[in-house]
Design a protein around this ligand. Structure first.
Ligand code: 5RP
Ligand code: MG
Length: 212
């Protein structure tokens, strides 16, 4: 079992705060995400700024793309993104078109997807899936639990590199002990901490303690 990566999600509503957070935590994490909230608010040009600040990091554009995959992926790749997300309800054609233009696509799981559909994504060459507890579901009282762990395990067994996200805290990580999670994606747990760099280091340390 390898050490899971740590990805920070930048979901700020303005560029200044997003860039300040990028500078603060960029060296502490493995992967930097231009979050959906940020990209919807300020546009994909922010990916270029992140890339210029951290030329050697993996940068993800969390577009949750549903259509026009080729065009969206090309635009994100041109700005320096390595990976891009497609929502699981996108057609396989959209995912394949996107995958031609950027290094890797992450299929973002929301709602009522099935393992049969997941197999079609694998068959089409997608290698990554993101198991997501939506922010709104968490706010409505949903919590991480065994039902989620079963799905994460099954997706890994199927052959996906599986990232996990949605309101993660340092305490939540232990739930996934023994599971070969590819990446933990944390947004507010890092960026809204009093000291975001220290919070990122604490996430890394906890990952090392559990998976090292
Ligand atoms: C929401 C997202 C977020 O980037 C992801 O959930 C991580 O943020 P947080 O840890 O704050 O929940 O993609 O759609
Ligand atoms: Mg995100």
């Amino acid at each position: 079992m390898s050490l899971p990566n740590l990805q920070v999600a930048l979901d700020h509503s303005n560029v200044a705060d997003a860039i300040a957070a990028t500078v603060a935590v960029g060296n502490e994490v493995d992967i930097i995400e231009a979050g959906t909230v940020l990209m919807l608010e300020v546009g994909s040009e922010v990916v270029r700024v992140i890339r210029e600040l951290f030329p050697d990091k993996i940068v993800v554009a969390d577009t949750k793309c549903a259509d026009a995959g080729g065009t969206v992926a090309k635009n994100c790749a041109n700005r320096g993104a390595n990976w891009m997300t497609c929502i699981c309800s996108a057609t396989v054609a959209t995912m394949k078109a996107a995958a031609k233009e950027i290094d890797e696509i992450q299929v973002e799981l929301y709602g009522n997807w099935t393992y049969e559909e997941a197999q079609t994504w694998l068959d089409a060459g997608m290698t990554q899936a993101i198991y997501h507890q939506s922010r709104d579901a968490l706010l409505a009282g949903e919590t991480w639990g065994e039902k989620d762990l079963q799905k994460v395990r099954k997706l890994i067994e199927m052959g996906f590199k599986v990232s996990v996200t949605g309101g993660l805290t340092i305490e939540t990580l232990a739930l996934f002990k023994g599971i070969d999670v590819y990446t933990f994606i944390a947004g507010r747990g890092i960026t809204e901490a009093p000291d975001p760099a220290a919070a990122a280091r604490a996430f890394k340390q906890r990952i090392a303690d559990i998976w090292g």
